[in-house]
Design a protein around this ligand. Sequence first.
Ligand SMILES: NC(=O)c1ccc[n+]([C@@H]2O[C@H](COP(=O)([O-])OP(=O)(O)OC[C@H]3O[C@@H](n4cnc5c(N)ncnc54)[C@H](OP(=O)(O)O)[C@@H]3O)[C@@H](O)[C@H]2O)c1
Length: 238
Amino acid sequence: MTLNQKIENWLSAHKYASTRAQRPFVTLSYAQSWDGSITSRAGVALTLSGSEATRLTHQLRSLHDGILVGIGTVLSDDPQLTVREWSGANPQPIVLDSHLRMPPSARLCQHVDKHCWVLTGLAEGKALGNHVDIITLASDDEGRVDLCAALSLLWERGIKMLMVEGGGQVITAFLKAQLVDALVLTVAPTLVGGYKGINNLGITCKSRLPQIRPLNSQMLGDDLIMWGDLNYQQQAVL
Ligand SMILES: NC(=O)c1ccc[n+]([C@@H]2O[C@H](COP(=O)([O-])OP(=O)(O)OC[C@H]3O[C@@H](n4cnc5c(N)ncnc54)[C@H](OP(=O)(O)O)[C@@H]3O)[C@@H](O)[C@H]2O)c1
């Protein structure tokens, strides 16, 4: 069985076995260097994956109902978030953008078959064209889009499997909120010494760190693919 088939089977099992109510199953997937960098510095686009790992990313997109990134990634990478190197439907593109910094010229604002959903904390809209739905949600304590409110809305709109692609702030926020169910990580054979994918999770005790179990790994071209389920340690009862 190929790596692509293994990962598809593993995700499909989650799709049908997931018992979580009222929010999508969340798969976190991104590429990093061996030192954990996702780019050289925030705001700079740096391609780390080889061609086969890129195809795997497109396959993963095709297996999810929605794909979510932060506005930082839109501003630096101007991604399309479509399935181009695999066969399958495009997932629903979703952007976390508390202050509507999305430029109308972004490629996501010209999406051909699905209107991009821009989740914001602002009540007053901004013109982003006919291919964008601006959705106002509650903000968290830091004035950012509240992730639980976002996932609840996505669930109501039919997003049962959600892929989160980055960048660093969004990855960290989802992990900190314990909202990631599965991880598919591409590790490229390079050292960058740059901007990390995961930053401070606010956990100092080893026994409370999220664990990836069971952990699977396999080479794909020059890249190492690691995947598994996220397990969160129980908080100690005080
Ligand atoms: N290697 C990879 O696989 C990969 C993947 C993706 C991105 N990247 C790289 O990552 C970099 C971008 O990362 P980044 O950390 O600067 O930006 P990011 O995580 O893409 O977006 C962060 C922004 O999202 C908004 N946001 C809204 N609600 C949020 C919430 N609840 N939690 C967190 N953020 C929320 C915030 O801006 P507002 O407060 O204005 O809403 C925040 O500044 C780029 O250089 C890109 O190339 C790499």
